[in-house]
Write a protein that binds this ligand. Sequence first.
Ligand code: FER
Length: 292
Amino acid sequence: MKKLFLTSALALCTLCANAQEPNIGMFPGMPKIEVNFNPYVAAPEGFDKPGQGIDNGTIEETEYESKTVGTMRKVTIYLPPKYDKKKKYPVLYLLHGIGGDHKEWLNGGVPQIIMDNLYAQKKAEPMIIVMPNGRALKDDSATGNVYAKANGFAIFERDLIDDLIPFIQGKYSTYTDKEHRAVAGLSMGGGQSLNFGLGNMDLFAYVGGFSSAPNTKQPEQLIPDVEKTKKENKLLWMVCGGQDGLMFNSSRLKAFCDEKGVPCTLIEYPGEGHNFVVWKYGLFNFAQLIFK
Ligand code: FER
């Protein structure tokens, strides 16, 4: 199975262009796990289109010193409309996929438009969204064979916790407790969010996985202590396309949670594959559920 996995991953890679998520539609060999999905409710028309006459947040790119990697690392920040240093904000760490970097969400997922619209309708708590480069390597570019650099996505756990979070809390006006910190991501970033979020429940109360990739740990590793997770996690929320060959990463965790009585959402986006239709929907919904 491992060999099949590797071969197909490499085959996929040769198909995928740089800085783009692979087409997972034909991903072979993984089991279909029967689960009770949570109901899919379509996002309203225009949720990802610029709203007219509404306040806009601001996007900036900055750099932080990573002791983990030994380099200065780029990160994209989205501050909510009317960001005010005298107030404190919760923080969502929003992670990209294997073909992306700190700009992937901005280029493909228009988080600033989705959030500006949500704020205009008072449907989300004002928050800072931090979009780092989740490939914690000296060469963290999404070029060449991105699968060969996949180990950087695991190393990022230390970069995030030891370097990036302290930097963000020093530079911006943020709350610093777990109830005001969330992590979510797409594909490899979804796997990272489940791994790091459930693995560090003292740091993250809200966890989101959108079309999570095979870097997602086994449910027994993610939730070794069911009672602790029930007590400490405030939201475990997932979405995945119905035609996405990576669904098993999400459905395996959902089945485990349902069996053990751990609150967990998994929505199957009807008919969709491994793409930003699903991930924009993920952000739109997840952002409305956190920090409340
Ligand atoms: C794999 C298939 C897909 C894999 C990673 C991915 C590390 C990631 C896809 C993405 O981030 O879009 O076998 O192994």
